[in-house]
Design a protein around this ligand. Sequence first.
Ligand SMILES: *Cc1c(COP(=O)(O)O)cnc(C)c1O
Length: 434
Amino acid sequence: MTAAKYGFDTLKVRGGYDCKEHNQAVSVPIYQTAAFDLGTPDHAADLFTFSAPGFKYSRVANPTVAALEKRVAALSGARGAVAVGSGMAAVTYTLFNVAEGGGRILTTPRLYGGTVDSFKKLYPTFGIGVDYVDSPDDPASYEKAIGPQTRAIFVESLSNPNIEVADLEALSAIAHAHGIPLIVDNTLATPYLINPFEYGADIVVYSATKGLNGHGNAIAGIVLEGGDFDWNSKIFPQFSQPYHTLRNRDGRDRTFLEVFPQFPFTARIRANYLGYFGAALGPFDAYLILVGLETISERVSKQVRSAETIVHYLEDHPAVAWVNHPAARGSRYAALAAKYFPKGASSALSFGFKGTQTENDHFLESLQLFGYQVNIGDARSLIVNSPHTTHGELTSREQEIAGIAPETLRLSIGLEDPQDLVDDLDQAFAKAFA
Ligand SMILES: *Cc1c(COP(=O)(O)O)cnc(C)c1O
C-alpha cells in the first residue's frame, strides 16, 4: 500500500500491512514472541549487519509493532517510524536523540505536565538544557532565543491543557533557517486533525495512549520522521559518526546516515534508546492501537463536534469564568485554528470554574457520566482538575507561566450522546452550589 495512492481513511484500515506476508490473516496477527529464530549463522550475520530484513528480538522490532509503525507512517507520509512503550518514552527518546551531548531544547511551558516535569528532573542530570521562550504565541520570541547549543524547537500542535494552537509553519521556517529541526507533539490533535509534516515539522511524536487509539486500553507512543531534514551537520555528529553496531559484513563501521539514509533519526532511536533504555511496546498493545486507529476519523470528528457543543454550553453558564478552545467565542486562536484545523480543533477543552474550591470539588464529585481521570482521547468523556493532578508537579509560579489557573478544569469529550454530557454537567453545576 503506497501512501501516495490512497486517502487517509483507506490507509487507516489498510496502510502498512499486506495479508499475503502473514498467512492471509486479515486482522494483523499478534506475534507474541520474545525472539525470532535466526536460521543459519550466515543469515544471522546478514541480520546483524542490516544486510537482510528480518526480526531478531522484540525489544527492538516485532512484526505486529512494525505493522503499527508502518500504518501510522503511511497516514502521515512519514519515511520512518518507531513505536515505543509510552508517549513519555517517545518524547524523551526523541529529545535525547536530538540533544544528547550537551545540546539544548527550545520550547514553551505550554506542554503536557509530565514533559515539563521531566525537563526539570531528568534532562539536567543527563546534561541536556531546556530553554523556554518568553512569549509562546510570538514566533519572533523563538527566533530570539535560539543559541549555539540549541538543537531543536519542540512544541505541542495543540497544547495540554489549554488548547493553544502553535503556528507550525512560522516555527518550522525559523528552525530551518538555523539548521535545526521542528519537533511536534501531535497527541491532542491526532493525525486525523492535522499532519504537521505538511507545515514543515521534521519529527512528530504521539502518545498513542490518547486519541490515536481512542479506547483508553493501552499505553503506547510513536515517533515519526518526515525524512527531509539534513542530519549531515556538524551540530549532529551522532548521525555521521561510524558505529561498530552498524558494521557491514566486512567489519567496517558505518554511520546511521549511511545505513539508514531514509530514516536515520528513528533508526537511531531504535538502536540506541529502544535498544538500551528499552521501553518496548508489546505486540498485544500494538494490536489494540491498530484496532483503535481503524475508526480514528469517525471517532475524532464526532468528538470534536460534541466538544464544540459543550464549549457553547459552558460559555453561557454563569458558573464558568472562561472557556479555552479554539471554537470558543473570541478565542485568540481562531485564525490559527482556521488555517491549521479546518476539521475542528480538539476534543479536549478547559474552563474556569467560578466558585470556591469546595464548590469546585463538589462539582467534580457530582458528575455521573464524566470520569475523573488523567487520560484524554478516550471513547468515554472525562474531566480532571489539571493544576492539582496532571500538572500538579509544577510549582504555582510555573503554573502561572504555563497559563494554568488554579480554577482550571479540563474536559476530554468521548462518544456519548452530547445531550447526555450537557445534562450531566448541568446537574453537577446545580449540586455544586446547592
Ligand atoms: C499523555 C501525553 C503524553 C505522555 O504519554 P503517555 O502515553 O501517558 O506516556 C505526552 N504528550 C502529551 C501531549 C500527552 O497528552
